[in-house]
Ligand binder design. Structure first.
Ligand code: NOJ
Ligand code: CA
Length: 511
């Protein structure tokens, strides 16, 4: 059972280094987030996922944590973060921090101790093999970096040694069991980090690589799941309103492991990627692209199975994008984006809007920054208004964390605000509708009513009927609206007994 405040939650993801620079040093910061809380709220977002803001060498944009309990000086102080919690709560908003439980930075004091030759309290905090040169039995490892005659296992980059939560299937003497004292100590250390921030007012965590903790896990990730169930028990006892959202992409497992929400991740060729990021296929048939040979069943085949299987356990989270994924504007025009967001924001579960997607920020081709590689293009500064640095920062332009969109038509908040046809105002209208209509919130029942190719996709949320037609032709779905009439329309609709007809590139909610 997920925390009750999620029933009407809409999240906004903030990449702190790129949101708003309050002190003119070229990098976004926590006081900057506080200054923009009213803006976030004005969108209809009542919760925020803040990407890692902790002390770090930033070889992976902060997913390489050096001190879990200290805000990175470039973002401000712990006091600033606590003020963010208070200011958010004051506005009825919640803040999730980004918890990176699977690995630390190679500069974390635990690792500095762990790599020493002499045995100490942290020797088993990470996963070390019994050879100075040979491998990790299928796990990625780094040799030649440590004082001890051993190689260590990494989770992602070289700078991210894997913490030791033990092994499900123990296959070698250096592999400790998932319930070994060292593995349990790691788990307690991470619970201590969570308590530290929950005690200071945070509302929960987005959990990085949530399925990666126990190595040699079984197919159902039973061992890693039991770690999370233990964490959940702590939350239920001491922080019953705290929530967890997992970067897992397998809600059937994640929601049973105690997560309130699990992201439908953009993995190549999966159902979610077919909505708007189908471009790695020979032909881009992204569902919302006007020209596509579209089929909503590419999405629904997986989604419906997950949805039916997890009802009542928690929520599937659909995202516009995140900091790892190309922005939707890369594939979709403004009109197509409106339809896509209309769909994402009227589906069950808890939706996430990535900063800047509400104005249609572009994906920019840029050299890598802080381990971003191709992800860098989705991490550029928020575009607030025309003029210097598009309102992101007072710093000289060459000192910005990343450049702003140089195009003369770079979208900004100021340019779109107040224009009812803009993407920004469309997002506001959609989110207001979602909050107003209880059937559109997280738990309103979902059923697909018409999924035929060549027809609008028609679905039911509670007593509402919704229909979307991304194509360039008017299309009719053979669905009797049973007396419902238009409540919200993008484009045009007519609802008669013979069917629901949508004008080209249109979306409608019937009540
Ligand atoms: C997933 C995060 O979203 C990504 O940005 C990061 O690089 C990896 N996990 C490693 O922590
Ligand atoms: Ca700053």
């Amino acid at each position: 059972m997920a925390a009750s405040w999620l029933k009407d939650a809409v999240f906004y993801e903030i990449y702190p280094q790129s949101f708003y620079d309050s002190n003119g040093d070229g990098i976004g910061d926590i006081p900057g987030v506080i200054q923009k809380l009213d803006y976030v709220k004005s969108l209809g977002c009542n919760a925020i996922w803040l990407n890692p803001c902790f002390d770090s060498p930033f070889k992976d944009a902060g997913y390489d944590v050096r001190d879990y309990k200290k805000v990175a000086p470039r973002y401000g102080t712990n006091e600033d973060l606590e003020r963010l919690f208070r200011e958010a709560h004051h506005r009825g908003m919640r803040i999730l921090l980004d918890l990176v439980p699977g690995h630390t930075s190679e500069e974390h004091p635990w690792f500095r101790e762990s790599q020493k030759e002499e045995k100490n309290a942290f020797s088993d905090r990470y996963i070390w093999t019994d050879s100075w040169i040979s491998g990790g039995r299928g796990l990625n490892f780094v040799a030649g970096e440590a004082e001890r005659a051993s190689v260590y296992i990494v989770n992602f980059f070289k700078c991210q040694p894997a913490l030791n939560y033990g092994f499900g299937r123990v296959e070698a003497p250096w592999q400790m069991a998932h319930d070994s004292p060292a593995a349990l100590r790691t788990r307690e250390a991470m619970k201590d980090v969570m308590r530290f921030w929950l005690d200071r007012g945070c509302d929960g965590f987005r959990v990085d690589m949530a399925d990666s903790l126990v190595k040699n896990d079984d197919e159902r990730k039973s061992f890693t799941s039991s770690v999370w169930r233990d964490v959940r028990a702590m939350l239920d006892a001491d922080y019953p309103e705290a929530v967890l959202v997992s970067e897992w992409g397998a809600p059937k497992l994640a929601l049973r492991a105690g997560f309130d929400m699990d992201f439908y991740l953009n993995n190549w060729g999966n159902g979610y990627s077919t909505l708007m990021r189908d471009y790695d296929q020979p032909v881009d048939n992204s569902y919302f692209r006007a020209a596509a040979d579209r089929d909503i069943n590419r999405f629904l085949d997986i989604y419906r199975d997950w949805y039916e299987d997890t009802r009542g356990l928690g929520y599937i989270s659909l995202l516009t994008c995140n900091h790892d994924t190309p922005r939707p504007r890369r594939t979709l025009t403004e009109r197509e984006l409106k339809l896509c967001y209309a769909f994402l924001f009227t589906m069950p579960g808890v939706p996430f809007l990535y900063y800047g997607d509400e104005i249609g920020m572009r994906y920019l081709e840029l050299p890598t920054k802080e381990g971003g590689y191709t992800r860098t293009g989705s991490r550029t500064p928020m575009q607030w208004k025309p003029g210097k640095n598009l309102g992101f920062s007072e710093a000289p332009s060459d000192q910005l964390y990343l450049p702003v969109d140089p195009a003369s038509d770079a979208p900004t908040v100021a340019a779109e605000e107040g224009d009812p046809d803009s993407l920004l105002e469309t997002v506001r209208a959609l989110l207001a509708l979602r909050h107003r209509e209880e059937d559109l919130r997280a738990e309103g029942p979902f059923e697909a009513l018409c999924t035929e190719k060549g027809s609008p996709f028609v679905y039911r949320r509670g007593s509402l009927y919704l229909a979307v037609n991304p194509s360039l032709e008017a299309l009719t779905a053979p669905v009797d609206p049973e007396g419902r009439s238009p409540l919200f329309v993008l484009g045009g609709v007519s609802a008669e007994r013979g069917g629901i007809t949508l004008a080209p590139q249109s979306f409608a909610v019937l009540k």
